[in-house]
Each structure stands twice: as C-alpha cells, then as structure tokens.
Design a protein around this ligand. Structure first.
Ligand code: ADP
Ligand code: MG
Length: 322
C-alpha cells in the first residue's frame, strides 16, 4: 500500500511547467504564485462527493477530468485565465488502479489550459474531491452575475440538456441507442469548460454564469443579482443532436432545467452581436441567442411563435425538499 507521501509524490507532483507564474509548487507549507502585475486574482472552489456527484464505479479518468473541468468552468464564467489549482482529496484507499487514471485525466485537462497543480491535502475517508482554482483577470473586466442590463441579449454556448438526457437514460427513465448513449454520457462525465470563450467575451459580455444546475435556475442567479427579469424562447434553446430527437415537452424541460452542461449563459447588448459571434469563432465554440433581459422581474418563457408557455421548471438544489 502506498503511503500518503508516496501517493502525493507519484501522482500529484510534477516539475513546474510555468516557473514564471509558479514560484513554489507541491512540497512546502504553501505554494507561491506570481500573478501577472496589475491583474486581479479570480478564485473558486468546487467539491465532488461520492454518491452525491458521482457513483462509486465512476470511470476514474473521466472523474479526474470532471473535477477540474467544473472548477475551470467557474473561471470561464468570470472570463478569467487559469493559473493554478489545489487538490484536497479524501480517499478510502490508495489503489494505483484508481489513482493513476484519476491523476492522468485531471492533469491532461490541466495541461490543456496551462493550469498547474500547486498543492493540496490528502487524507483517508469517504471519497471526496475538492479543487480550488486560481485565475487572473484585468481589473474591471470580470463577467459578473450582477452586470446584466435591460435590453441585453441572452446567449448560450454550445448545446444544453444532453447531460440530463444521459442521466435519465442511466436511471432507465428513457431508452437511448448505443451511439446516442455514448455521446450523451460524454457530456455528463467529461464536460468541456468554455475557458477560451469566457476570455474572448471580456469587454463584450455584461454578465455570465456557467450552467451547472440548469439554465432556468442559473439564469435566475443573474436576474436576482442584476435586479432584472428575462424572456426566454424555449424553442430557440440549443439542444444537442440526441435531445433534439426527443418530444418537445421533454426537450424543453431538459434544456431549461437539466444540470451538468457547463456551457456559458451570458448577456450582451444587441449592438455587440457581431463581436459576440467573432468571440465565439475565436474560441471555436457555437453561441445561440435565446432571449432578452427585461426590466420587469421574473423569468417568462415563450415558444417560437412568441406565445407564453406555462412550464414549471426547477433547477437542482442540494437541500431542497424532495
Ligand atoms: P501540511 O502538513 O503542511 O498540510 P501535507 O503533509 O498535508 O502538508 O502536504 C505535503 C505537501 O503536499 C504540501 O505541499 C501539499 O500542498 C501537498 N499535497 C498534499 N496533498 C496533495 C494532493 N492531493 N495534490 C497535490 N499536492 C498535495
Ligand atoms: Mg495537509
């Protein structure tokens, strides 16, 4: 069996790839970071708990990817550039068969975003993975939830609802063909954080949030913080190819309330539509205009003809009553 320190040395310690930014990495009481002069630090933490966020038999490579992806997604939603992260890990045992692919999945995504693992904590206990990510952003340019303005367009990156579709299929709530199942599960277990898009939207978008708990609830956070309302076209929501084939009621419900998509929902003035599209091209991401920010509070849903829809959608809440 590996000791705590063998485990850290073998799976979570590597030579510093960014000596300009990381002055001291794993191995001391603290890591030391050099943010670029004049930049603000953006910091976020997300925890994944076994049985709550993932199943005990979850593929460890994908799990390693997802733990970091959900954290990078928070940097993306702020428009921040990733710098580094720390990893607090509670594990029932130190099995190389699990640790090897877990660290490989996590560090492959870290390398893709030049985001370095600089420290953490390792303890025995129920499987629990907590990452804190550090990024940087020019002062005043963060895409804050409180910055939406009446008249703004509402945009969504990529496609939404497909992760919820995978969850429904895993729970036997519906049947998917083998190819559709693989594609939907990829969305659920290996989300792509929209880091390049978030950075490209600096100075263009007003407000942004990443869609982790479902569009209606996450957009609701922007509305609450911005003291505004919104009208969403439920039929304009960009669904993935497999969700698009489902019945309209399910399609709308999963797109509006399905979680785990990790796409960005952002607002920008109509005068910046071309700039938004150019930012999306820079980031090799699609973006779709799905609604408008209103003065009147509340979230209104309309169909493609503009008729009001009366859909009851609720987003995920860990402590909501069942
Ligand atoms: P301390 O006693 O100061 O808390 P630890 O013995 O917990 O230090 O950790 C030793 C070093 O290994 C520290 O630099 C810590 O940041 C790092 N570390 C511990 N666990 C991890 C991990 N899972 N991933 C990366 N670094 C880790
Ligand atoms: Mg410690």
């Amino acid at each position: 069996m590996l000791s705590e320190f063998d485990l850290i040395a073998r799976y979570f310690t590597r030579p510093t790839r960014r000596p300009d930014r990381v002055a001291l990495s794993v191995g001391d009481d603290c890591a030391l970071l050099n943010p670029s002069p004049g930049m603000q630090l953006a910091i976020s933490t997300d925890m994944l708990v076994e049985e709550r966020h993932f199943f005990p038999d979850a593929d460890p490579f994908m799990l390693g990817h997802k733990c970091l992806a959900v954290n990078l997604s928070d940097l993306a939603a702020m428009g921040a550039t990733p710098l580094a992260f720390t990893l607090a890990l509670s594990l029932p045992d130190a099995r190389p068969e699990w640790l090897e692919p877990f660290s490989a999945g996590m560090l492959a995504l870290a390398d893709l975003h030049a985001c370095e693992l600089i420290g953490g904590d390792t303890t025995k206990g129920p499987r629990n993975i907590c990452i804190t990510v550090f990024g940087e952003i020019p002062p005043g340019q963060a895409l804050r939830r409180d910055a939406a303005q009446a008249g703004d367009d509402i945009w969504i990156s990529g496609t939404i609802g497909e992760a919820r579709l995978a969850l429904a299929a895993c729970r036997d709530e519906l049947k998917l063909g083998a190819d559709a199942m693989t594609a939907a599960c990829e969305r659920l277990h290996a989300p792509t954080p929209r880091v390049a898009l978030g950075m490209a939207l600096r100075g263009i978008a007003h407000a942004a949030i990443d869609i982790s708990d479902g569009l209606s609830g996450d957009l609701g956070h922007i509305l609450e913080r911005s003291k505004a309302g919104a009208t969403l076209d439920a039929d304009a929501l960009p669904c993935g190819p497999n969700l698009s084939r489902q019945a309209v009621e399910l399609r709308r419900r999963f797109a509006l309330a399905g979680g785990d998509d990790y796409e960005l929902c952002f607002t920008a003035p109509p005068s910046r539509r071309d700039a938004v599209l150019a930012a999306a091209r820079t980031a090799s991401t699609t973006v779709t205009r799905v609604g408008t920010i209103d003065v009147a509070p509340g979230l209104r849903l309309v169909d493609a003809q503009g008729a009001t829809l009366d859909l009851q959608v609720t987003s995920f809440d860990h402590f909501a009553s069942p």
